[in-house]
Design a protein. Structure first.
Length: 192
């Protein structure tokens, strides 16, 4: 007859895969929404601008709860899932697969996520009160995303309303970043 062992430590179940899948799903949804737009004056903005800051929040949640390595895995899986999604949709619709359609989103996403991850990890380990620094990190990551996205698509961009749209996008996302930084501050660090 076996005796029941008392568990002195709380058993740890690695559920990071769920958050990695949430990030991948949110990244695909963000990619899907980029074709749907709304207008502010004469400027058309995509609905994906509302979701993009949340991708960084999910990555930062993974960093806070599971560490840097899990976040790298999450970024890689979500980036590849976006590429596979774009490829699958393009091929299934019978359209030509153009590399710049994939590379602009992919490079902007991956580079901005790693910038976000690096700065956020530094803030977690080296600061105590980091709310405004976290807001600045979110905004900087978004600016990096649009910088790389724009550099790759520069030959396609019509510059009529580009800067107005760019500034409106950053302003709207700034408001969102204030809220998600508040949420981020409430997340406890570690598994417990």
């Amino acid at each position: 007859m076996k005796k029941n062992k008392l568990v002195t430590e709380k058993e740890y179940y690695d559920d990071s895969w769920m958050y990695i899948m949430i990030l991948a799903t949110a990244a695909i949804l963000t990619e899907s929404l980029k074709t749907y737009t709304f207008n502010i004056g004469k400027v058309a903005l995509t609905y994906s601008i509302f979701l993009l800051p949340f991708l960084y929040l999910i990555t930062n949640f993974i960093t806070k709860k599971y560490g840097y390595k899990k976040s790298v895995v999450a970024i890689a899986i979500s980036g590849l899932s976006v590429v596979l999604f774009i490829t699958l949709i393009t091929v299934s619709l019978g359209r030509e697969l153009i590399l710049t359609n994939i590379s602009g989103e992919f490079c902007g996403y991956i580079i901005s996520q790693f910038v976000n991850l690096t700065i956020y990890s530094f803030l977690l380990n080296n600061t105590k009160e980091y709310y405004m620094l976290t807001v600045a990190n979110y905004l900087f990551s978004l600016i990096v995303f649009y910088m790389f996205y724009t550099l790759i698509y520069l030959n396609i961009i019509v510059l009529d309303n580009f800067w107005v749209g760019y500034i409106l996008t950053i302003l709207i996302q700034s408001i969102i970043c204030l809220g998600i930084a508040f949420i981020d501050k409430r997340i406890k660090r570690g598994y417990k």
